[in-house]
Design a protein around this ligand. Sequence first.
Ligand SMILES: [Zn+2]
Length: 272
Amino acid sequence: MKKHNVSNKVAIAIAAHPDDIEFQMAGTLVLLKKAGYTTHYLTLASGNCGSADYNPASTRAIRNTEARAAAKILGAEFHPCLTDDLEIVYSVELLRALAALIREAKPNVILTHSPQDYMEDHANTSRLAVSAAFARGMANFRTAPVRPAANYAVTVFHAMPQGLRDSLRRRIIPGAFVDTSSVQKIKHQALGAHKSQQQWLDVSQGLNSYLLAMEDMSLEVGRMSKQFQHAEGWRRHLHLGFCEPEDDPLAEALGRAYLVNGAYESGLNSIC
Ligand SMILES: [Zn+2]
């Protein structure tokens, strides 16, 4: 397995729906960009179910435009979605498509959902991202479109689940915290680009609840860190089949904006 090197500074955020990246991953993605990374933005689903006013085709188009705008604000290369809402199933078809994209982008950092999350689209996105990364160097696995396999180190990071709990209500503790205080404004701008969602949720839940929900989550994770005001939490996927055991490209890239929760891997979880 090749070690990380400076010529391979590519990160991709792989989420389920338009706006999930902004809620859980965007601060880290922007900080990686500032650290010299090329960054990519992909949501597997179109967001076509996210409206009570427009039909699926119109909603898909609106949300595609909004996601493109958000990716631009974050300085990340936008990739079109691969399927629709509630249709992110663990399928060979989706795996071939996602593996092709990963073979093209060659990320050494993958930011994706928590394997445990409140809805299946999120959990399945996490599983697909892990398998697609695992297949990067397997020449006998055919991607669609066909792309050549290449072996290199990639580290997969799982974001905090929505509500900071798994689907069985257990609290999830991050293995590391990223201080996103300095880029909170950009996160707001990018989330604000998803105007249709803001309108939809604000009507049902009260003024600005959409932006406040993101703010509350980053403040809560910040409190868990006991060090940062706003933070995103991450858990590193086990290295086997992906990278060297000690590889932590976020630590290398982010320096003092990165705090390892030493208690996490020991199983003590005492920081929280
Ligand atoms: Zn989602």
